[in-house]
Design a protein around this ligand. Structure first.
Ligand SMILES: Cc1ncc(COP(=O)(O)O)c(C=O)c1O
Length: 360
């Protein structure tokens, strides 16, 4: 039986041939971010219409660096708990305090109505996650940021190509963090990026570039200075070159994801499922089922791989949180994620719909 994978990078000859070109030149990586890395940054900046973009080696690195641009020591960052743990880890890494807010049950993005209650004198940043590629309520969250003198940083790990108010995600928050992990809509062996929309974008971009390569600054030949702390977070040439090819077909591949998700929305008969929104990039499609383990095993026996995204972060022992977030907790026990990648055939999609309907 053919196995239907939950995630599967969408590649063709173009990725293979550009990789061979890198082997031919022998230039694999540089902390200075030249070559394909700079080309990728330029193209992505054009794609999301940000002021500038800085490529790094993961979405986690993007979040860590983005938050390092603010002084959040002992300050609060408001974020959803229903996310990959890297979102909250970045807050801890920078000495901040994660302030988890429950999600909206229909979108699974942070519930903007519940944010106000959590804003305090300690609040610094609101960090929404565009869950599964569905844009969070940026308009309301931006207003809250303006009213309360807070910064907006977005976790857009799932949202390459998503749109909000006719603008691509990447064009809103002061800093917007993307992941290009191989499972993501724009896949690389490993990669991430920070889109910058701040007024002082040139300075921010320079700072981020120094931080992504061990703090190295003022380079002239073999001389350089180190004025600040930095890390080894730079992107390599293979990732950037694959990213350039993936970016060319991102809208096409997201359209395929959308068509698949529309079919799920229209034909999966259970009520608890992801809404259809033409502006969503559909990194995956979620449904909610009771008796999840049995359900997932039944699907796997039919060759259909599914996932669980996510166990709420506040329930992990490292976070030792006593707060209750009823919707995130309920969803965390019921959510099942279905494949939406462009390698699915029509037969695969039909089989997934039929099998889900049979076992729910
Ligand atoms: C919502 C979210 N944020 C951040 C990340 C971290 O990205 P990366 O795996 O590229 O470090 C991920 C990756 O799965 C994610 O899903």
């Amino acid at each position: 039986m053919k196995k239907i994978k939950l995630f599967d990078p969408y590649i063709d000859k173009s990725e293979r041939s550009i990789i061979n070109r890198i082997f031919d030149t022998g230039f694999w990586a540089s902390g200075a971010g030249t070559g394909y890395v700079r080309k990728f940054e330029k193209e992505f900046t054009r794609y999301v219409l940000a002021k500038d973009c800085v490529a790094v080696n993961s979405g986690t690195a993007a979040l860590n660096l983005a938050l390092s641009m603010y002084d959040i020591k002992n300050k609060e960052v408001i974020l959803p708990s229903l996310s990959f743990v890297a979102t909250a880890n970045a807050v801890i890494e920078n000495g901040g305090i994660p302030k988890f807010v429950d999600v909206d049950e229909s979108t699974l993005c942070i519930d903007s109505d519940k944010i106000s209650k959590e804003i305090s004198k300690k609040s610094q940043i609101i960090l929404p996650v565009h869950f599964a590629g569905l844009p969070s309520n940026i308009k309301e969250i931006s207003e809250l940021c303006n009213e309360n003198d807070l910064h907006l940083v977005e976790d857009a790990a799932h949202a390459a190509g998503s749109v909000y108010n006719k603008k691509k995600i990447g064009n809103h928050g002061e800093l917007v963090c993307f992941s290009f992990h191989p499972v993501k809509n724009l896949a690389m062996p490993t990669g991430g990026l920070i889109a910058i929309n701040k007024k002082n974008h040139k300075m921010v971009s320079q700072d981020l570039k120094e931080k992504r390569w061990c703090g190295i600054s003022n380079r002239s030949g073999v001389n350089y200075d180190v004025k600040n702390m930095g890390w080894n977070y730079y992107m390599n040439e293979f990732s950037a070159a694959i990213g350039l090819m993936q970016l060319k077909k991102l809208d096409k591949s997201n359209n395929i994801r959308k068509q698949i998700s529309k079919k799920y929305f229209e034909q999966i008969s259970i009520a608890n499922k992801m809404p259809f929104d033409k502006d969503c990039s559909y990194h995956f499609y979620w449904i909610r089922v009771k008796n999840r383990d049995v359900f997932r095993k039944k699907l796997l026996r039919q060759g259909i791989e599914t996932g669980i995204h996510y166990k709420p972060i506040h329930t992990f022992s490292f976070y030792k949180s006593k707060i209750r977030l009823p919707i995130s907790e309920k969803v965390g026990k019921e959510i099942v994620t279905l494949p939406t990648h462009p390698n699915l055939t029509e037969n695969d999609v039909e089989k997934i719909i039929k099998t889900v309907n049979k076992f729910t």
